[in-house]
Design a protein around this ligand. Sequence first.
Ligand code: PHE
Length: 336
Amino acid sequence: MAIENFEEKVNILEKESKEAIQEASDLARLENIRIKYLGRKGVLNELVKELPDIREGSRARFGHSINFAKDNLERLIDEKSQELKNEFIAEKLEKEKIDITMPGKIFALGHLHPLTKVERRIEDIFQSMGFEIVFGSEIESEYYNFDALNIPKNHPARDLQDTFWLRRGLLLRTHTSPMQARYMEKNNPPLRIIVPGRVFRHEATDASHEIQFHQVEGLMVGEDVSLANLKAVFEEFFKKFFSTRGKKIEVRFRPGYFPFVEPGMEIDIKIASSKWLEVVGAGMVHRKVFKSAGYAPGKQQGFAFGLGLERLAMLYYGINDIRLFYSSDFRFLKQF
Ligand code: PHE
């Protein structure tokens, strides 16, 4: 065969492969092209097999043009490969670009309800004074809510208006005091407990009354627990509780009546220049309550108190309507 025909073949292959390289849209396709033309069994090497058909004088020229074509293709493939790689990187960079001037995402984290926060604060302070935290049940019996606490059958607190009655002598506890009776039945003095929990009263609601609210009951009993201990505990408690508010606070003890204490009292506080506010009912545990609990007469003395959680939270945060606590209003809740 004439050398010109071979050269023609090589030219055609070169042209054809150049076009293919140009069009290759990714590295995998480019590699296939390389194998097809430059591979060990590729088109160009196949052509070399035809070398013996060529006149001896032209062989060198033929070899030269094949090598030239190979070098050329290799260079084109390398260039294209570099080009594709650059494109790939550029695209990737574009996709993964971070605009550091964009505003950050705000992750909405929940937080505790203001009443829970205040409850925990109260618990911490009483725990630091050696009180243990116990819990009672929201459904109580008439016996523990009233009888065991020396609240006689005809006492106004038993009036249908105040109590949510359930069936079979059960009711929604109207205060946390039933736990005094329950705890003393099962435990011997000396003892120091607080009982945080929800209570219920069948009353009209207004800015300072809700049908459900929270109390923290307290009870300290021992052979020589006195009124002086009650005073000391509350002076310490209020000092610590309002310490983060940095306001001057005064505490006042006033006589008050509760059937399960004798003497009974109310504890008022006054913050800075505002009015006196009643926040705690308290007193020395009545002997009849000790008797119901099965304690030997005359041996033990103790004080009990019932603290209004919402009242205290309202004072602490400066909230003027108790109903806000149960309103589920985010504008209110977000502030705590
Ligand atoms: N249980 C009373 C109330 O609900 C408060 C109280 C508790 C008073 C303990 C004295 C002693 O109002």
